[in-house]
Design a binder for this molecule. Structure first.
Ligand SMILES: *Cc1c(COP(=O)(O)O)cnc(C)c1O
Length: 223
């Protein structure tokens, strides 16, 4: 396996300086996170609350933690104090529940709305039509303890680059539509798209934030 430092340097060569890099450290040991941090990596993404909470507790470094995985309402409280960005807000109920938890601790929690762009049914997120319907009725201003910073999407896992490109293009179009018609506040700026296999395509299609795991830390082994 190539060293983390080398992988990080390689990726940084490929991404413009205005695109944020989230190092996705799920399933990886704390030593890997510390190693990446020592190479200058600040933002880390995790997809399980318990693992995220444990790593946050054990690693005493000024890391910016992003939640990128499916979120259960009853677990929001475990990350609400420290989470920098929740990227995986995929329902009105989650908006409500995150807002309530944030209110309890007097915080405004930055969030991204996750949009379902892939062909796979298993992936979660708002359907575009569902979100537009919601915003027609409700501009989300009631959620005083949430700041909506942008959108996140996961493309179909496929070698068909045209399909992936099409999905990222549609997410970018939705982002621009929301920005001009519904969420025209200054904070709505992030378009989180692109992973190890497709981040170059995502950047071409306007990504401002890529989430990269295996190309930094090596393949994940699930037990
Ligand atoms: C695991 C994961 C990633 C990173 O995937 P890689 O293919 O390892 O880069 C990015 N985004 C989300 C939401 C993930 O769950």
């Amino acid at each position: 396996m190539t060293p983390i430092k080398y992988n990080l340097e390689n990726i940084k060569k490929n991404i413009p300086s205005n695109v944020k890099l989230v190092a996705v450290s799920k399933t990886k040991p704390e030593a890997d996170i510390i190693e990446a941090y020592n190479c200058g990596q600040i933002i880390f993404g995790e997809n399980r609350i318990q693992e995220l909470q444990q790593k946050k507790q054990n690693i005493n470094l000024p890391i910016q933690w992003h939640m990128i995985g499916n979120l259960q309402s009853n677990k929001i409280k475990y990350i609400s104090e420290f989470i920098t960005l929740i990227q995986s807000v995929s329902s009105f109920k989650l908006l409500t529940d995150i807002n309530n938890e944030a209110k309890k601790i007097n915080r405004i929690i930055p969030c991204l709305l996750q949009i379902h762009i892939a062909k796979e049914e298993t992936k979660s997120g708002f359907l575009e039509s569902e979100l537009l319907n919601l915003l027609e009725k409700n501009n989300l201003q009631e959620f005083k303890n949430i700041r909506i910073d942008g959108l996140m999407g996961i493309a179909t896992f496929t070698n068909d680059t045209r399909q992936v490109e099409k999905e990222f293009k549609s997410l970018n179009a939705l982002f621009n539509k929301l920005k001009s018609e519904y969420l025209n506040n200054t904070n709505f700026t992030e378009l989180s798209m692109g992973m190890s296999n497709d981040y170059m395509i995502a950047i071409e299609q306007g990504s401002t934030m890529v989430r990269i795991g295996s190309s930094i830390f090596g393949d994940r082994v699930y037990s």
